[in-house]
Design a protein around this ligand. Structure first.
Ligand SMILES: Cc1ncc(COP(=O)(O)O)c(C=O)c1O
Length: 408
């Protein structure tokens, strides 16, 4: 008989996954059993500083007390209604989230990919109903090296072959231009264009930050050409870069904002499309939906997340600690780090390939009690919870220095 999970070692549990779990991930060999704040603990009681924070789903750390309290309170009252009925938590969530984003209306969904899919549907419908694009001809312009999720439509406009190969046929209606290239965008957008969909900072691509003026340029261009600007802030948003939204670094407000990850407080999947009234107004009853979208538990946790962000504390922390992060990484240039890109508490760090792949460096860091994730080749991504302290951050950077010193 199989031993109960809590009695098994990390090695047992990793082995037990192999025959029964789809092999669509290649996790680091650490089995997390408990967590609090910026720290996680494995089955054997070893502690690790979480420098990935669930790809920014844990911006407020593991089990933030205010979020756990909100979830507990809601669990004791009401968890699910479906949108067949109203629930008493949804109005406040939508009101406060729209206000936080500087937009008007909210379409609540669950995962990031669903928010992206929903944003695409809203933009296409807007193109037909409002802009007057002939039926079936709407296009959406996206950037190369994007990451917007894993559904069939979303991988249709991915430029990552491993995300696409074997999953066709693909959804038509997308044009791909280089990221950070306004001239290419100018050429690609025409009278059929419903929207330009981009990440204000490309996360999965390695924390790629566009030149200053790019987001302002996208805003100006989309307004002038009469199409929507959809900003996918699923990873960049909600405090990560030192602002509530990454577009705020250029004081830009998109027509449609996609949020997810941290919106669920690390507790439940919560995503949302947030948009101007004229845009979201194209959706009528029966045209889109989700059984779980906007459920009272999600709305309660989401409202508590918005409440934390309304204080400005987390944005301020990300901004201030971002200086510590950049200084630490600067000191490692030429000592194993060949380059990095950072904004707020978010960095893509290119490690000298001679010292090992991103994966190998991540495994060495894991053995030293630091959890990170590699992206492409020799790039590792740092995105600690925004609750991390300056000392913890410095200690993690010290460990990175040590690991890079030993590597090769
Ligand atoms: C920018 C961006 N959009 C969308 C997604 C997809 O989110 P999910 O994994 O919740 O579907 C991600 C996930 O990493 C992302 O980084």
């Amino acid at each position: 008989m199989t031993a109960p999970a809590h009695a098994r070692t990390s090695a047992d549990l990793i082995r037990a996954e192999e025959p029964v779990l789809a092999h669509n991930y290649h996790p680091l060999p650490v089995v997390v059993a408990r967590a609090e704040g910026a720290w996680v603990e494995d089955v054997e009681g070893r502690r690790y500083l979480d420098m990935l924070a669930g790809y920014s789903a844990l911006n407020f750390g593991h089990r933030h007390p205010a979020l756990i309290q909100a979830a507990h309170d809601q669990l004791d009252r009401l968890t699910l209604t479906s949108r067949a009925f109203h629930n008493d938590r949804l109005a406040e969530f939508a009101e406060r989230l729209a206000a936080l984003a500087g937009l008007d209306m909210v379409l609540p969904m669950n995962t990031g990919a669903e928010a992206v899919e929903s944003g695409i549907k809203v933009a296409r419908k807007w193109a037909y109903d409002v802009k007057g694009v002939p039926d079936g001809q709407a296009t959406i312009v996206v950037a190369a090296d994007n990451f917007h999720g894993r559904t069939t439509t979303i991988v249709s406009f991915s430029t990552d072959e491993s995300a696409r190969a074997g999953f066709g046929p693909f959804t038509p209606g997308f044009r791909i231009v280089p990221y950070n290239d306004l001239a290419a965008l100018e050429e690609a957008v025409d009278e059929t264009t419903a929207a330009v969909l981009i990440e204000p900072i490309q996360g999965e691509a390695g924390v790629i930050i566009p030149d200053a003026g790019y987001l302002t340029g996208v805003r100006e261009l989309t307004r002038r050409k009469g199409c929507l600007f959809i900003a996918d802030e699923i990873q960049s948003g909600l405090g990560r870069t030192g602002r509530t939204l990454a577009v705020e670094h250029e004081s830009v407000v998109p027509d449609v904002l996609l949020l997810g990850k941290a919106l669920g407080g690390g507790i439940v999947p919560v995503s949302a499309v947030v948009a101007r009234r004229e845009v979201m107004g194209v959706l009528g009853p029966g045209e889109h939906g989700s059984t779980f979208g906007g459920n009272p538990l999600a709305a309660a946790v989401g409202t508590a997340v918005v409440e934390l962000l309304e204080t400005g504390e987390f944005q301020r922390r990300a901004d201030e600690l971002g200086v510590v992060l950049r200084e630490g990484l600067d000191a490692l240039r030429g000592h194993g780090v060949t380059g990095f890109r950072a904004r707020g508490l978010w960095a893509g760090v290119d490690v000298d390939p001679a010292l090992g792949s991103g994966r190998e460096i991540s495994e060495r860091l894991m053995r030293e009690g630091i959890l990170v994730k590699d992206t492409h080749g020799s790039t590792i991504r740092l995105a600690p919870p925004l609750t991390v302290t300056a000392d913890e951050l410095r200690s993690a950077l010290g460990t990175l220095e040590k690991v890079l010193g030993q590597a090769g």
